[in-house]
Write a protein that binds this ligand. Sequence first.
Ligand SMILES: *Cc1c(COP(=O)(O)O)cnc(C)c1O
Length: 377
Amino acid sequence: MSNENTLSVQALARKNVQELTPYQSARRLGGNGDVWLNANEYAIAPQFELTQQTFNRYPECQPARVINRYAAYAGVDPEQVLVSRGADEGIELLIRAFCEPGKDAILYCPPTYGMYSVSAETIGVEGRTVAAKADWSLDIPAIEAALDGVKLVYVCSPNNPTGNIIAPDEIRAVLEMTRGRAIVAVDEAYIEFCPQATVSGWLQEYPHLAILRTLSKAFALAGLRCGFTLANSDLIGLLMKVIAPYPLSTPVADIAAQALSPEGLAIMRQRVTEVTNNREWLIAELEKCACVEEAFASDTNYVLVRFSASSTVFKNLWDQGIILRDQNKQPGLSGCLRITIGTRAELQRVITALQPLPGATATTLNDNQNSPRKEHM
Ligand SMILES: *Cc1c(COP(=O)(O)O)cnc(C)c1O
């Protein structure tokens, strides 16, 4: 195609789309890795068989078995559950239902998950940020001061990539200040690793609370693309107005229902125990490595680690086929890499690769402060 034609297609796109940088998903950041610890996936594929073959028919928009099983699992009513193509679709549906492009804003607190800003940009809605405090707690007065024009606040708990639970008091403070003004979406993608921290019991009290969930993490089904939004039925009804007519294919609904069966839930809980044990082992081993400045505590299936020379560490492991997630560009996270909890053998390879690397020197400290990261987010 001629250059002229290509240019005119570019010019036809919406302005915010022209300016958009696509989400740097783990799969886009390829490499020749054989140890994938960059996307918070489970290391081993669970096995399923399809029980439904009615592919000539359109699927149910909200498959009843999936909704009922998820409601029972989450301890809410079926009319408080929406199922979607991953939690990522839930993030986007909320913006589409509540934010007027070019007028309203969403608010979130970096360092945090990247899709809030990407979805807002795609739709043409302002993404306003209020940085978390140095200890990663929410800056409640700063959030309150920034609420003008905000229709939607995202709170990620436990937070990705830092791994900490947001204190219930802080989530409550945000819910109180937004009454009648904005929706609060609490992203609980990792809640299975700390089930006591859920705010699902607060739905009665807060009509403007939405909770995001997923089968991608503790349920080991990132490839299925299945997530949930929990909220009161009025809010769910609004999301139903903007969701696609058939968001889940028949095989997805079939497998999701199986994953949410009593046996599926038991396997998920075993997996959580195994991942938690591996995580604590990894943290203890990391603390013995000279190149590690700090391995942060985590309530999830990943650990955030500050290195004395993170770009060297990242590249060194990359060259050995071990792919981590670079978090250097996030506010307050210079020198930090995120490591997904893989199998014990995979984590052993990480430790073996880290052990020979030196600790802080004048040069390596310099490396952290002065070399901007170009390729990896
Ligand atoms: C992984 C993740 C999601 C996305 O989940 P999907 O169901 O795979 O779309 C949402 N929020 C956070 C914080 C995540 O880490």
